[in-house]
Design a protein around this ligand. Sequence first.
Ligand code: PEP
Ligand code: MN
Length: 348
Amino acid sequence: MIVVIKRGASAAEASSVVDKIKAMGFDVNVSQGAERLIIGVLGVRENKDVLAAQLASLAGVERVMPVSKSYKLVSREGAHADTIVRLPNGAEFGNGTVHVIAGPCTVEGRTMLLETAAWVKSCGATMLRGGAFKPSTSPYSFQGMGKEGLEILAEARALTGLPVVTEVLDPRDVPDVEKNADILQIGARNMANFQLLKEVAKSRKPVMLKRGLSATIEEWLLAAEYIYAGGNHDVIMCERGIRTFETATRNTLDLNAVPLVKQLSHLPVVVDPSHATGKWELVTPMARAAVAAGADGLMIEVHPRPSEALKDGFESLTFAKFALLMDAVRPVARAVGKPVASDARASV
Ligand code: PEP
Ligand code: MN
């Protein structure tokens, strides 16, 4: 059961609600987000309606939501309204528009990142991606530029105004990544790294949580629950393909996940057709399909010279192909009533 505390409630009112729940014999998880305090009441098995009515009558309580799912705070149950994740440049994720996040797989140097950032912005991207700390399947492949890469990302942000999304691999790097990025990315290989999830939960920067390579929807939502329960309520889900028997593509893009996660949870959902397919030829068709399925955003790998890319060149779009992707996505986005964010803003 979830107890949502009113926005203007005093600290004394909130702690008195917690004390009363504990006195009734229940354990609690107190999640203090940037905007709201939410109390998870654990171990409620019987007389749920009576308890819900009792808790709803306490001073400072806004509403009480019974939740039957294993994931509680991120669940849609109780008719939770869509979460909107707000970024410093005014971008709002989950507000009924499609945000396009674009950039190279990896920050390979200053010039390539700055030229890519300027290009994707001119095409209508509203966020820049680029890995500084890279999770590599092989210990012998490029591991990223580390802190130097973060500084280059910060420079690109300052020059273009585009918010930056970059991956954090290690709990010890959270302070550095947080300083230079606007969204902390948890990569597929770390979706179930619970120490890392607990660490980013303490951050005040939004988190983009990629689906694990073989994670079920429930496991993915439970990973999001770790972040939410730990106090970070700005979580964006990212479907990036899952491992199946099929080897013709790098992964299999699970488009069911888009409407399903949006039905089960109030969190925004982004689709990454680059890692999902592993083939640049499939990126635009699957980006269009993702938008048609209701995605709140796309994450696209773009490189000035994909054939020279240190990582993931085969799934990266050239500048010209990225411009074509944007043109191909726009009419689909309009048709489903969720325009590309840069167009929506231009038309205000
Ligand atoms: C990435 O987006 O840079 C990445 C490594 O993707 P994933 O974690 O989905 O493999
Ligand atoms: Mn990549």
